[in-house]
Design a protein around this ligand. Structure first.
Ligand SMILES: [Mg+2]
Length: 228
């Protein structure tokens, strides 16, 4: 039976977090903290990112703000200067300027699934940046509908399915994040498929649900064609 398959984008269809991880390594080098380990510096940054994502959403610009805020917290006696800002801007520019690198097998899998099902894309983050990546991916023509939202919570899934008149019983969310893709989709009455990515962002990690009748885990993404 024909299903509606809603795909996450970052770290499901193309690489994303690896770009941020690279920037974080450069950031920890720049901080060069006299007392804290790299892991401890990272923990402070994670705290700031958690606070800022709730206030400002996601994407490279919010990330730049988090790097700046975390620097002020990590180095309270030395104000963040223009030199610091230039370094942080450069780290984030590398993310914004990067090419879209598709996950192996993602394009072929979408093409095969698109012959049997209706495909959608639902991603969160900065609208202009997400749009740029969708266009650069070359995958846009495969989707019957695309949504870019600020946060992927249950109400975002309800809004998306209502807008496209999708029946929850035949609609599935497919993505790498338990927190943003799996749990809120199940809460909204959809099915959910976790396609794990080894470099999933710390803030997206959570335990997958156990025993939910509409939860599946598939690895790698090419195996989706055996499920749908
Ligand atoms: Mg993702």
């Amino acid at each position: 039976m024909r299903q509606n398959l809603i795909f996450d984008a970052d770290d499901t269809l193309w690489e994303n977090n690896v770009l941020f991880e690279r920037a974080v390594e450069g950031y920890i080098d720049h901080v060069d903290h006299p007392a804290l380990t790299r892991k401890q510096v990272r923990a402070v940054l994670n705290d700031v990112e958690r606070e800022n994502s709730a206030l400002y959403g996601y994407g490279a610009r919010v990330f730049e703000r988090s790097l700046t805020d975390a620097l002020a917290r990590l180095r309270p006696d030395t104000p963040v200067g223009e030199d610091d800002r230039a370094v942080l801007r450069g780290l984030c520019a590398a993310i914004l300027d990067s090419e879209v690198e598709l996950i192996a097998g993602a394009a072929e899998t979408l093409r095969a699934l698109g012959e049997r099902h209706r495909l959608f894309l639902l991603t969160k983050g900065d609208p202009a940046d997400q749009r740029r990546k969708i266009d650069a991916s070359g995958l846009a023509p495969l989707f019957a509908g695309v949504g870019i939202v600020r946060e992927k919570d249950a109400s975002a899934y309800r809004d998306f399915t209502a807008r496209h008149a999708l029946d929850p019983d035949t609609t599935w969310m497919i993505g790498n994040s338990v927190r943003s893709d799996v749990r809120p989709a199940l809460d909204a009455g959809l099915g959910a498929v976790l396609v794990p990515h080894p470099l999933t962002w710390a803030l997206e990690r959570a335990d997958p649900p156990s025993g939910h009748p509409r939860f599946r885990e598939v690895d790698p993404i090419t195996r989706l064609t055996a499920v749908f």
